[in-house]
Design a protein around this ligand. Sequence first.
Ligand code: GLP
Length: 243
Amino acid sequence: RIFDNPVLGSHYAAQEIARLILEKQAQQLPCVLGLATGSTPISLYKELVRLHREEGLSFHNVITFNLDEYYPLPKAAIQSYYSFMYRHLFSHVDIDPLNIHIPDGSLPKEAVKQYCQQYEQWIEQAGGIDLQVLGIGNNGHIGFNEPGSSIFSKTRLVTLDNSTRMANARDFQNISQVPRLAVTMGISTILKAKRVLLLAWGNKAPVVARSVEGHVTEQVPASILQQHNDCTFIVDTLAAAEL
Ligand code: GLP
């Protein structure tokens, strides 16, 4: 779906999410959301906060699972995705903190493998992800699944591409401060979500075209979403320019 600008695209995504939350509330069921970070979903979270404040949208039945986190990085670091999520969404809505799951980037290395398995189990115990929000990296990554990530991959510790570290250096003092590793949900974890909304604005046109119209290949992780049966790319006119 192509929108004139990111605000309109974000409003559409927020409406879809609000509708799902309300539908689940009417059925007295939890609504399980998979959430993303990066600059792209900021306007979506802003609209969800507005819907909460001005239109009374409650998050009391919402359970969230974030896609990824840098490793190693303390939760309290301003660059952590933990901090990001509280800053842009969780501190401003009535979600139960016990329902929030964000991969922990502060564990000792020997504990990470078991923690990743646990993260997959938490998702399953919650009933699976009803709706997954995604951004996209210029190299086609989703979450921190860099090119070459297996279609069967699950939550795990990964090495970041240099291009990703360069793109994300804006949040750190310099590139050497950007962690080299991250904990991310896998491609198979993402594919299991019942519905996927991928958001892309501005200069993402080449990778949007490769993901939507190119071959399905692990070299462009987002292209694998072509195999999902309920995935929508929500883009602005700039990001749609090469379709
Ligand atoms: C990061 C995140 C991704 C995100 C991507 C794009 O690397 N791990 O989930 O989609 O950046 O970021 P931005 O939205 O700032 O372009």
